[in-house]
Design a protein around this ligand. Structure first.
Ligand code: ZN
Length: 155
């Protein structure tokens, strides 16, 4: 079942207490039917005065509801996005999108919470076909080639 805003907010509160010491301010949650991401934290960068530092603000947490994803993957996606939020809301600068800071937090939470958060979410063949039914043949051909390669390696 696709997640609701209330469900995402209750997950957010739970993980905020569990993994971030309740330090994250509440964030508006929006559902998305985009085909390009499972989750996303968006924000704007602005100077509060002319020569002031750039600050991240106007945060929004977006979670994809187009796909029928397993609950654990939805939860891991929410936590993944909360790490991005944690870094951005503290105005920290990471070495890249999923840089040193991100990976450190991800490793900490995976260990503390026995989670399986990763830096990239690859969708299964079935999930890709659900998203792109018009590309079903190409997707199936792609996965077929992949499995043939794997078979070759095994022998
Ligand atoms: Zn990410």
């Amino acid at each position: 079942m696709p997640p609701t805003v209330d469900y995402i907010k209750s997950c957010f509160d739970e993980y905020n207490a569990l993994f971030f010491g309740n330090s994250l301010p509440p964030i508006p949650v929006k559902l998305s039917s985009a085909r390009t991401f499972l989750g996303k934290v968006t924000f704007t960068r602005r100077r509060s005065w002319l020569f002031g530092p750039l600050r991240n603000e106007n945060f929004v947490l977006r979670i994809n509801t187009r796909l029928d994803l397993p609950e654990e993957l939805i939860q891991d996606t929410i936590i993944h996005e909360m790490i991005h939020y944690y870094i951005a809301v503290n105005q920290w600068k990471d070495t890249s999108t999923h840089g040193k800071l991100f990976r450190r937090e991800m490793a900490r939470i995976n260990a503390e919470g026995n989670r399986h958060i990763s830096i990239s979410y690859r969708l299964s063949k079935e999930q890709q076909i659900e998203l792109y039914p018009e590309r079903k043949e190409q997707i199936e051909a792609f996965f077929l080639r992949k499995s043939q390669k794997c078979n070759k390696h095994q022998t």
